[in-house]
Design a protein around this ligand. Structure first.
Ligand code: SF4
Length: 497
């Protein structure tokens, strides 16, 4: 689900997650495209400009490998001669230097913890304080800067076909740089594969929005899921695959538009089904990058989804322990769908979120995390741990068990470890590695942290011994009747007020 779309700035998940990217086109700085038509703007900028696009995540996060869709749309828009008859020169810039050579610089950032240089942060603060100041040479946009308050892209940009060539020069630069190191083991084909998200996928949103408004999520602007773009708006038929960034695709039941008008016809199939059919009809493998909302899954959804030509792991989210029974029920539905028997399924597991002050990140929280991991193991699903961080804080770092959060993420997020070793075995492997490589202390920090929590809370040891492939499903189905009864009772209580 979207969780992920959602947590764009928070989740390092894959990311992102992440294209909840929102950015002012620099046309806004010149008089406000929101208030005037694009045509009006053309008349006011009848000159060629040299524009730099800066994907700040790309520069700061050395391992970041996902294109910024807003940057791609902005690039295409500013080169579009329908809007700018004289044409503009637009380039991706992968450095914080040399900007004086450009008439305008547009900086975008998805992740809140991408730390830009101090001088640029100062520029951003000034821009935020007064976007219409005289010197508007540098513009800023994206959830990494504004979190959930990012202004929308103007319609003409948001719905522009992306510039899929924007990152190509940078990719060639990276390859040349690596070749230049002269390593004998360099394999260009293997090296290129890290850029596949830039070169192999058509990227876009079929729908946007989510109704859940989870407290940890950046995605709070819209109260419902609505139709966003037809596939034709972003598909490049020369590309082999489709990557969708929808926030909560299965939440698109009624055919709402962005204005909240419902276009569903009586007796029509659910809106998600129509879109899924369109996707299937392309014949191309596709994936939902932000994950899908497991809690909404029905048998019909499972059948449609698992019979699709899906690219890579099916990804869902398991954010909180209170969803345990519901997720359990949905896992049963998934694994009882014939097509899903061998499907590789992954869950984003949010940890370290405090839900206000009333929930400390103590041993109980760790236990809740391991209970979720245990449930996923039972259904042969892989957890992907995401440690919560707000735009200003990383609460898990203040926990007495901060090291356990880190190691839990390392263990789960590397399937090679997770599938072969229990958490205890993983920690012990770290200890062995430490001593084999000349560690001078009595124990490595991982094993020390493990011993500390295992000694203080022996009840957790049973979770630390869990091993993927050895954990059996519960005997019998979950007690769905009891769950339904509880839901009915809760709903009756709500009605009674
Ligand atoms: S609000 Fe929606 S998009 Fe965000 S985490 Fe929750 S379900 Fe996902």
């Amino acid at each position: 689900m979207s969780l992920n779309a959602s947590i764009a700035g928070l989740y390092q998940y894959a990311l992102t997650e992440c294209m909840n990217e929102i950015m002012r086109p620099f046309s806004c700085m010149r008089g406000g495209l929101r208030d005037s038509s694009a045509q009006g703007y053309i008349e006011s900028v009848a000159q060629q400009l040299k524009i730099a696009i800066v994907d700040a995540d790309l520069i700061i996060r050395k391992k970041h490998r996902f294109p910024n869709l807003a940057c791609m749309k902005l690039s295409a828009y500013y080169q579009d001669r329908r809007y700018f008859p004289d044409g503009n020169t637009v380039e991706l810039v992968w450095s914080f230097e040399g900007w004086e050579n450009y008439d305008h610089v547009i900086v975008s950032k998805v992740f809140t913890d991408t730390e830009i240089p101090g001088w640029l942060q100062t520029e951003f603060e000034a821009f935020k304080h007064d976007p219409h100041r005289n010197d508007r040479r540098i513009e800023f946009g994206g959830t990494g800067f504004y979190f959930d308050k990012a202004p929308d892209l103007p319609y003409e940009v948001e719905h522009h076909y992306p510039d899929y060539g924007l990152y190509l020069k940078w990719i060639e630069h990276k390859i040349k740089e690596e070749k230049g190191k002269g390593s004998k083991s360099f394999n260009e084909r293997r090296f290129r594969s890290q850029f596949k998200e830039y070169t192999e996928y058509s990227i876009g949103f079929l729908t946007r929005g989510c109704f859940r408004k989870c407290p940890f999520c950046v995605n709070k602007k819209y109260g419902h899921v609505f139709r966003h773009s037809p596939i034709s708006e972003f598909i490049d038929l020369k590309r082999k695959k489709i990557c969708l960034l929808d926030d909560n695709f299965f939440g698109f039941v009624q055919d709402y538009d962005a204005g909240g008008i419902n276009h569903s016809r009586k007796g029509a199939p659910p809106a998600w089904k129509t879109l899924l059919k369109e996707l299937q009809d392309t014949g191309l493998p596709f994936k939902f990058k932000q994950g899908l909302d497991e809690r909404l899954l029905s048998r019909e959804m499972c059948q449609e989804l698992f019979q699709s030509k899906y690219d890579g792991d099916f990804t869902f989210a398991f954010d909180k322990i209170s969803d345990y029974d519901l997720i359990h029920q949905k896992l049963e539905i998934i694994r009882s769908t014939p097509m899903s028997k061998k499907a590789s399924i992954r869950f984003y597991v949010l940890v370290g979120f405090t839900y206000g002050e009333d929930r400390a990140l103590n041993a109980n929280d760790i236990e809740d995390d391991f209970r979720r991991i245990e449930l996923l193991m039972k259904y042969r699903c892989l957890p992907y741990i995401m440690r919560y961080q707000s735009p200003t804080d990383k609460p898990w770092k203040k926990s007495r068990f901060a090291k356990i959060y880190t190691e839990m993420a390392r263990w789960c997020n590397q399937p090679n470890f997770f599938k072969k070793k229990s958490f205890r075995e993983y920690c012990w492997a770290c200890e062995e590695y430490y001593h084999e490589h000349g560690g001078r202390e009595e124990h490595c920090s991982t094993w020390s942290a493990y011993c500390e929590i295992a000694k203080a809370y022996p009840r957790l040891k049973k979770y630390f011994a869990l091993k993927y492939g050895e954990v059996k499903r519960l005997i019998g189905e979950p007690d769905f009747a009891r769950m339904q009864r509880r839901r009915r009772e809760a709903s009756a209580r709500r009605k009674r007020g």
